[in-house]
Design a protein around this ligand. Structure first.
Ligand code: SF4
Length: 372
């Protein structure tokens, strides 16, 4: 890593109107006063950190939470980012947006702040399902948000879709895929619903009629086939895009590039070290420092993250980074997996098939255990 290697900047905005039934991300309730305080503190930290980093920033990502609830504060924050960091002219600047609410105000504020990519939390095309998920919007809100965004000139729009939802089957998934594709996004992120601890769904999991692991894998494979047939490249386990429309920011996480995260629960990988801010808004406001997580970017981590990508682990990339071939044990582990259709081995590298991606956790664990 050179000191000129461009950096990604992640800003975690921990406010939501209401907690969704399945969500375990860190967020706090929506309060104008707290958002003002947060913005002030965020700008102070941006200035402090920017003053010590000379590397250019070529991606900025406002994640959350619901960062679109910052409205006009987005411009003040982006101004601070541009003053503190050397943001490249072609930087990808993403804002996560939930449909509904004051769409016009949100989108104008985003455009004024120089945001050029939106990630819209569509999730499903069924109002009944959206209500069950605890979302605060309808399917029509998603249509209106994307259409208003297009009118304002946004050309790079990603849509989130959730699969393996309560009571779902291939037919309901097909409806959701049709709905999301009709929005004509350049990028789709698809997440398999997991009942995480400390969520409402976790408490009532037994009553939810959730598909079992096989059912969830079938839905995932169906989604992969469907999106491919509609021209989307499957470039990461959960991510699909039209040609050239990958999320440049998120690619940094998977190809082990460096990024700085600011805000409660934000993670960073900088100068070879990983660290994170605790999940505590008030701690962040009081000026608490990030907590170290040790060294990052070693061979194991690189292999584990590369295998998430459609292109997989590229031998050349590994050699450039570590100065040697990948361990022979990796190839030996891949051979039997290739025989059962879970991965591919070529002269360039190793990648998971869609079936392999459907069970990626256990396969990647197998690769890592082979290196111990
Ligand atoms: S899913 Fe998004 S909008 Fe819903 S509670 Fe979580 S962060 Fe907030």
């Amino acid at each position: 890593m050179t000191d000129k290697e461009p950096l990604g900047l992640y800003l975690h905005v921990p406010f939501c109107k209401k907690r969704c039934a399945y969500c375990s991300f860190y967020s706090s309730f929506d309060s104008e006063e707290l958002k003002d305080e947060y913005t002030k503190r965020l700008i102070t930290v941006i200035k402090e950190r920017g003053g010590k980093i000379s590397r250019p920033v070529n991606t900025v990502y406002f994640g959350g939470g619901t960062p679109s609830l910052l409205y006009e504060r987005l411009s003040i924050i982006m101004q601070a980012v541009r003053e503190a960091f050397s943001v490249t002219g072609d930087a990808e600047i993403t804002l996560e947006v939930n449909p509904g609410g004051d769409t016009e105000r949100i989108l104008s504020a985003a455009a004024n702040a120089g945001i050029n990519r939106l990630s819209v939390g569509v999730q499903s095309g069924s109002d009944k399902m959206l209500a069950l998920l605890g979302r605060t919007h309808t399917a029509k809100d998603a249509i209106d948000t994307v259409s208003a965004a297009r009118k304002l000139g946004f050309k790079n729009i990603s849509a989130d879709i959730m699969i393996a939802l309560p009571g779902s089957d291939i037919k309901s998934l097909e409806n959701d895929i049709d709905f999301v594709c009709a929005l004509k996004p350049q990028h789709i992120s698809a997440y398999i619903l997991k009942t995480e601890e400390n969520t409402l769904f976790y408490k009532k999991a037994k009553t939810l009629d959730l598909p079992d692991d096989d059912g969830a894998a079938d839905q995932y494979l169906y989604l992969c086939r469907c999106l491919k047939s509609r021209g989307f490249n499957h470039y990461e386990i959960s991510n699909f895009c039209l040609d050239g429309m990958e999320s440049r920011h998120n690619l940094k996480y998977w190809d082990c590039s460096e990024y700085l995260g600011i805000g409660p629960s934000a993670h960073s990988f900088l100068n070879g070290k990983r660290f994170h801010y605790p999940e505590n808004l008030h701690g962040f406001l009081k000026g608490c420092d990030p907590v170290p997580d040790g060294d990052g970017g070693d061979a194991e981590e690189y292999i584990m993250l590369s295998l998430r990508l459609g292109r997989g682990l590229l031998f050349d990339g590994y050699r450039k980074r570590f100065g040697s071939n990948p361990p022979e044990k990796i190839i030996n582990t891949a051979k039997p997996l290739e025989k059962v259709g879970l991965c591919r081995i070529t002269e360039n590298g190793i990648s998971l098939t869609d079936r392999g991606m459907a069970v990626s956790n256990s396969i990647i664990t197998e690769f890592l255990e082979s290196m111990e």
